[in-house]
Ligand binder design. Structure first.
Ligand code: SAM
Length: 284
């Protein structure tokens, strides 16, 4: 794979089930001159499983800045590198952003080799709208910052995806229930693709009360929480653009209730529907 300038491959690896490695990932990892891995001990086991003997170097959040310089030099010498993380897609709540950004800035070709990603796997089985979603990563560990984090996302209408660690899953579901309200639909995906994979569906309130949490074995492993977006702010499907435009104009001069009432007279749309839209329009 030697050329004038090397290529940086961003290679996804399994999130548990080794069968989720792609043929292409195995080939690319075998062919590149160097693999930059988040934790070389973790990756060595993976590579051993597929009989890949390519040289490994560590590239993690603590050395990424300095490491990026060395890796860029390597690429500029015409050698190719594959970037991998411990599991799933690099850069998704994992290191690699600095390297990929620097590579692009320096005219180096970056090629993704797609595969497993816990967020997308959870979303695909959550049964919540997928036309528009927002990946939120990990909520902060400290209570105050976490509450603020959820508060800031309270009015988001897109489906929300969170990563969570086992020792905070219960407190996070509690916080979300208190802040987003108990009636939002959600899915908690645990240990995806692994032996103890479970996906629990329900409202936040129901999931919060779930007796399953009393059993410590359900608090082990890795979690993704997928939550329905805010319904309050959602523009009703049936509310056409013209009605929305009229409400927005009226809101410049009138109180919400009056704007909705007048818009109902003008458009013939139900007052209640327009009132809900007016509330959300005011919020945004
Ligand atoms: N880059 C990874 C990806 O593509 O999904 C994510 C890395 S992030 C450091 C690790 C978090 O991802 C875990 O704490 C958990 O929230 C989620 N995760 C990873 N593997 C998972 C799995 N098999 N089941 C459920 N969640 C998982």
């Amino acid at each position: 794979m030697s050329n004038d300038v090397g290529t940086l491959y961003v290679v996804a690896t399994p999130i548990g089930n080794l069968e989720d490695m792609t043929y292409r990932a195995v080939r690319v990892l075998s062919e590149v001159e160097l693999i930059a891995a988040e934790d070389t001990r973790v990756s060595r086991k993976l590579l051993h499983h597929y009989g890949i003997s390519t040289r490994l170097t560590a590239c993690h959040e603590h050395n990424e800045r300095n490491k990026t310089r060395n890796l860029l030099r390597f690429l500029q010498q015409g050698k190719s590198i594959a970037l991998i993380s411990d599991a799933g897609t690099p850069l998704v709540s994992d290191p690699g952003y600095k390297l990929v950004h620097a590579a692009i800035e320096n005219g180096i070709r970056v090629i993704p080799v797609p595969g497993a990603c816990a967020a997308i796997a959870a979303l695909s089985a959550a049964g919540l709208p997928t036309d528009s979603f927002s990946f939120e990563g990990f909520a902060p560990a400290k209570q105050g910052a976490r509450t603020k984090f959820y508060e800031e996302r309270k009015h988001e209408t897109r489906t929300l995806i969170f990563y969570e660690v086992p020792h905070r899953i219960v407190v996070s579901i509690d916080d979300m229930t208190a802040i987003f309200g108990p009636t939002r639909e959600a899915a908690i995906a645990r240990e995806l693709t692994k032996k103890f994979e479970t996906i629990r569906y329900g409202t936040l309130g129901g999931l919060c009360e779930d007796v399953v949490w009393q059993d410590p074995k359900h608090l082990r492993g890795e979690f993704v929480v997928v939550v329905e977006g805010s319904r309050a702010n959602r523009v009703p499907d049936t509310l056409d653009r013209e009605a929305q435009r009229i409400v927005r104009i009226l809101l410049r001069q009138l109180a919400t209730k009056q704007a909705a009432a007048l818009a109902a007279e003008i458009t013939g749309v139900r007052k209640q529907q327009l009132y809900r839209f007016a509330l959300s329009a005011k919020d945004t």
